[in-house]
Design a protein around this ligand. Sequence first.
Ligand code: UTP
Length: 295
Amino acid sequence: MSTVQKIHTAVFPVAGLGTRFLPATKAAPKEMLPVVDKPLIQYAVEEAYAAGVRHMVFVTGRSKRAIEDHFDTAYELENELSTAHKDELLALVRSVQPADMVCSYVRQARSLGLGHAVLCAERLVGNEPFAVLLADDLMTGPPGGSGVLSQMVAAFEKMGRSMLAVQEVPADQVRRYGIVAGEPAGRNLIRLEKIVEKPAPEEAPSRMGVAGRYILTPRIFQEIRNQPTGVGGEIQLTDAISRLLAHEAVYAFQYEGKRYDCGSKEGFLEATVELALQHPQVGAHFRDYLRSLTL
Ligand code: UTP
């Protein structure tokens, strides 16, 4: 009987240019934009940690130093807070980097695409299945329920196959997504037959769009290495997944929860409003404030 493989490592490709959010992203990483009081990347890292992942691999690029600093010890700040007996703040700052979490960094010298960014992490991942989280997709689980990556890890532990998070998207938006088609394979699962990157609406095989959470088997590295460039002249992860299908079963996973596309201004604003309303400190005040507005 085959043993269940655990997911030890999560890859965070954070080397994109973030052009949709200029000028905010001219010198600062888009993944450091805060939603209420936490940067986007911290939401994604916390989601991975909650799913049992302890090794976080960041694929970084130029102007991304702030991400490394965020997950490092802030020695001077901690010293100041400790001397001033600001214990709650000190605990908050330290909680960003739990003692059993290990962070590794690798640079993607040029933005050659998401597939290429994932390939940059190969040596740090090794020959085992791993998760990929795109931090600009902020994902929340159902109220009181598990996070999206935790749901996927549970499904992976049963199936042992690559999994892509999917959701139904409006017909006029299929052009923005990797779109999948396949056969229903039990609760929340579709066995993939096809995946295409950013299709025109008339060519889309369905309206099931890939969201920024993946669990991939290590064979994906070989597929990325051997593929030509795809849509937009980039080395696309979607193309590598399509090639993987020739060798292994791949599943689309219909997650429970919500996704905010924080790479776009609209999605970022929606996340900010909804998460502010749920925030234990500012939620009640913010609700009153919104009610007071004449819209
Ligand atoms: P996006 O398509 O959102 O690209 O990449 P982007 O460059 O970040 O943003 P826009 O579209 O110009 O506004 C999806 C994810 O893949 C990463 C990005 O950081 C993002 O998390 N990525 C993309 C890389 O790490 N390297 C790349 O070469 C491309």
